[in-house]
Design a binder for this molecule. Structure first.
Ligand SMILES: Cc1cc2nc3c(=O)[nH]c(=O)nc-3n(C[C@H](O)[C@H](O)[C@H](O)COP(=O)(O)OP(=O)(O)OC[C@H]3O[C@@H](n4cnc5c(N)ncnc54)[C@H](O)[C@@H]3O)c2cc1C
Length: 501
């Protein structure tokens, strides 16, 4: 008996049904040729050592939701345990695949997978279809329009895309024909892994504020888009780094995992803004989405975008190393309550406000600790639910004044910045409970509290809460001088066109 060939859609950062053209292409091909349809996701058994536990939980929930949504279409998700490319090659043979679809992902890990797949596909006569659907624009076309160069400013990026057409979103609603369903479609071995299988003790984790999945992402998008006035008045600089509830949308974890289409977000925003007076980029909500496109374009056009050395857009800065300071920063034990509260919120909840990210990123790098942005980016990669290769590296470069932003003398004060939006230190009291009873006068600078006040508040500095690890007023001035020297050296090197070492 001859075997019926299969069509594969390979899910990566597109964990959704809506606006998934690559998936629709796979469905159409299977339907037209009466082949079997297999939507697959590869889960590396080592994943637990590669991504933080909270992001893993978000991912598993997103896979579960995707499987449910595929089932509503009379299909299912095939979760394959194993290394993506190795397992894919085995399945391409086993399932006699001649047609495969996936989305264009620009992170180096996926670019490498694509290169390996293309070689295999060519040898084995497999047709691979890739669709741009993780960004609003095709970032490679944007680069081409700029003669292959990375637009180094946001305004330049906007001028490049201003007359580029944004495609419509597509929907998949028609159930898939029975004949496209493989016989093994009810096999348990392809089920989304349970937390038990992944050895995740859910009871030991904090409740998840932002559950994973397309359903949740769409719900969140619709909820915000219904608040038209809020959308029209949105101005990022007026958001708050330390409000107890987010002052921005928290759509980022959903967009990063592809549970929510950025293009759908774009069209819904256009709809909400239509005929209304509204704020404009860079501060508007549309402006935020364009920041994402900007960093994606830069990431796609720059080799070693997530590193300093070998990265053409990144200023070379002689950062220092200090394991103790790095650890204190990552664990929220710097002795600066505002910085510590932010890092502890990040660890507990997996999401922090953009301006809070500004504060801690500046503090780690050019502001206070003089530690490389690459170290900070790794910690964010571990803890952020919305971790995204381009956005993380791009924003870290911005905050450390290594690329895109050059006013290194503008430093965030770990004392004054938080006070602007939270004089009483309510946010600090929540995330640094040791300081809960501190009088407002000392909540941002507990080291200044007299011993009697420390005792009355039940928290002795240096004993129950750390002494500050650096003196901001002193170090930030020294660091400014070091930045100035690094800029000067980079300028000279560029002028001489000498390779950077
Ligand atoms: C040091 C640092 C690291 C960061 N790392 C990441 C990361 O790994 N992943 C990530 O998604 N964002 C990252 N950001 C960008 C930004 O902080 C988050 O996208 C934003 O806070 C997410 O919250 P939101 O969805 O409520 O944003 P909103 O303000 O509601 O904006 C809507 C969407 O626009 C996009 N967006 C907003 N701000 C930015 C920005 N500055 N750059 C690029 N896209 C933006 C996001 O997709 C976001 O979901 C980082 C910022 C800094 C300063």
């Amino acid at each position: 008996m001859t075997k019926v060939p299969s069509v594969i859609h390979w899910f990566r950062l597109d964990l959704r049904i809506h606006d998934n053209l690559a998936l629709r292409n796979a469905i159409n091909e299977a339907e037209n040729r009466k082949h079997l349809l297999r939507p697959v996701y590869f889960l590396d058994p080592e994943i637990k050592s590669k991504i933080g536990i909270k992001r893993l939980r978000f991912l598993v929930q997103s896979l579960q939701d995707l499987d449910n949504n595929l089932k509503k279409l009379n299909s299912r998700l095939y979760v394959i345990r194993g290394h993506a490319v190795e397992e894919l090659f085995k399945l391409l043979n086993k399932w006699q695949v001649k047609y495969l679809t996936c989305q264009v992902d620009i992170d180096p890990i996926y670019v490498k997978q694509d290169e390996e797949l293309d070689k295999f596909a060519e040898k084995n006569d497999i047709f691979v279809v890739r669709r741009v659907q993780h960004t609003v624009y095709d970032v490679h076309s944007v680069l081409k329009k700029n003669n292959g160069n990375v637009p180094m400013t946001y305004q330049k990026f906007l001028s490049l895309v201003q007359d580029m057409q944004v495609k419509d979103c597509i929907e998949i609603t028609k159930p898939i024909s029975e004949h496209c369903n493989p016989k093994d479609s009810d096999s348990k071995k392809y089920d989304v892994p349970s937390f038990d299988e992944l050895d995740i003790d859910e009871s030991a984790l904090e409740p998840l504020k932002y559950p994973g999945g397309e359903t949740e992402g769409l719900k969140r998008l619709n909820m915000y888009m219904a608040r038209k006035q809020w959308v029209c008045k949105f101005e990022k600089p007026n958001s708050s780094p330390n409000s107890l509830e987010p002052s921005t949308t928290v759509l980022s974890p959903y967009i990063s995992h592809g549970c929510l289409s950025s293009k759908l977000f774009y069209h819904k925003l256009k709809e909400a803004l239509s005929g209304m007076r509204h704020t404009e980029p860079p501060v508007s909500l549309m402006g935020q989405l364009m920041w994402r496109e900007f960093y994606y374009t830069a990431g796609a056009g720059t080799e070693n975008f997530d590193k300093m050395v070998g990265n053409a857009v990144c200023t070379q800065i002689p950062w220092g190393t200090n394991e103790e300071h790095l650890k204190a920063w990552a664990e929220g034990k710097t002795g600066y309550p505002f910085v510590d509260a932010i890092m502890r919120q990040l660890k507990q909840e997996g999401w922090i406000d953009h301006l809070a990210r500004h504060m801690v990123a500046c503090f780690l790098t050019r502001g206070d600790l003089w530690i490389s942005w690459e170290e900070g980016a790794k910690v964010f990669e571990d803890y952020l639910l919305d971790y995204d290769w381009s956005l993380n590296a791009g924003n870290w470069m911005w905050l450390s004044a290594s690329a895109f932003f050059y006013k290194f003398f503008r430093v965030y004060s770990p004392v004054a910045f938080g006070k602007k939006t939270d004089k009483e230190g309510i946010y600090i009291r929540k995330y640094v409970p040791e300081l809960k009873k501190y009088p407002t006068a000392f909540i941002y600078e507990p080291w200044k509290a007299p011993k009697s006040v420390q005792m009355a508040a039940g928290c002795i500095i240096g004993q129950d809460y750390p002494k500050r690890i650096v003196d901001h007023d002193k170090v930030h001035k020294d660091n400014c001088q070091k930045m100035s020297a690094a800029y000067k050296l980079n300028k000279e090197r560029k002028a001489l066109k000498r390779p950077l070492t």
